[in-house]
Design a protein around this ligand. Structure first.
Ligand code: CTP
Length: 213
């Protein structure tokens, strides 16, 4: 199948030397892209900047900002059988990007932020994508309820939910413990490496494709 994966954190510039980002390492998305390639799928990996090696034999599209990621998804999603959105997209970006380095001339500085586009949310609603759609939810409370709300709002087939308040899993870690949240049920997956979890998620995607005919 054709598989699209978004990965990594986006980077939202403030001025020529500064940006806003988050702690996502990109490991989960890269593990998904690699596992997909090893299972014989044609993988398109759209990624924000990370320190990871680019998996060979995948179509790799590097991006920096959420707006660039949205454009890359828009151009590529039509050809996909499944799309997994694991990127940690910055929800906000500075409303103004200074073309000169901001100098420290005042005691305080206020940055105004504006909402970024919701890329996963655009898949069904704007891009009219009708393949298998998988989102991620990183939560510190009410994990299953919040994940289910995302599943419904963004019309996903599956949301992979992880509790980022737990130490040693999730963001920046090599392991993760997740809930696979489906419209009608939830399947807890015990802690495993992101490499193994990637195969678990891809098996779940395959099952959804079989169920969907
Ligand atoms: N996502 C996206 N584009 C965004 C934000 C998130 O594609 N601008 C995707 C992520 O890749 C992930 C899922 O949406 O698959 C996360 O959902 P989201 O509701 O954005 O999570 P939070 O930012 O944690 O949401 P909230 O602050 O509403 O809890």
């Amino acid at each position: 199948m054709n598989l699209l994966v978004t990965a990594g954190a986006t980077r939202e510039p403030i001025d020529p030397v500064r940006y806003l980002t988050n702690r996502s390492s990109g490991k989960m998305g890269y593990a998904l892209a690699l596992a997909g390639q090893q299972l014989g799928h044609r993988v398109t990996l759209i990624s924000g900047p990370t320190s990871l090696d680019i998996p060979s034999l995948v179509d790799f599209i590097p991006v920096e900002t959420a707006k660039e990621m949205l454009e890359a998804v828009k151009l590529n999603i039509g050809a996909q059988d499944a799309a997994i959105f694991s990127a940690a997209v910055a929800d906000y970006r500075p409303s103004f990007i200074s073309d000169r380095k901001i100098k420290k001339t005042t005691d305080s500085l206020t940055l105004e932020l504006v909402r970024n586009p919701d890329i996963l949310g655009s898949a069904r609603h704007q891009f009219k994508y009708d393949g298998i759609l998988v989102g991620f939810a990183a939560e510190t409370e009410n994990l299953e309820t919040n994940a289910r709300t995302k599943l419904r709002q963004k019309e996903c087939d599956l949301v992979v939910a992880n509790d980022i308040s737990k130490k040693g899993i999730g963001f920046d870690s090599d392991h993760n413990e997740v809930l696979l949240v489906y419209p009608e049920h939830t399947r807890p997956i015990p802690t495993e490496s992101k490499e193994r979890l990637a195969y678990t998620i891809l098996r779940a995607v395959d099952d959804l494709r079989v169920e969907g005919g």
